[in-house]
Design a protein around this ligand. Structure first.
Ligand SMILES: [Zn+2]
Length: 69
């Protein structure tokens, strides 16, 4: 039996996020995105120790994407 993880995880971890780690330590990684609406830069924060990056295009700090939270 093969479980399709992409269907089990739910809507917040969709898109191109692939759990390459392959462990069950996956917590809810909050997604951050560029505040520019038309910009599609996004990033998942996997650890509270990680610094929120800037959008490489607009040089703006990514904001928490509240959708699906
Ligand atoms: Zn941007």
């Amino acid at each position: 039996m093969v479980l399709n993880e992409s269907q089990v995880i739910g809507p917040t971890t969709e898109d191109r996020y692939s759990p390459l780690v392959g462990s069950t330590s996956q917590v809810e990684s909050p997604r951050y995105r560029c505040p520019v609406v038309s910009c599609h830069q996004s990033w998942y924060r996997h650890s509270a120790d990680e610094t929120i990056p800037h959008c490489p295009i607009h040089d703006l700090v990514l904001i928490r994407d509240s959708k699906g939270a």
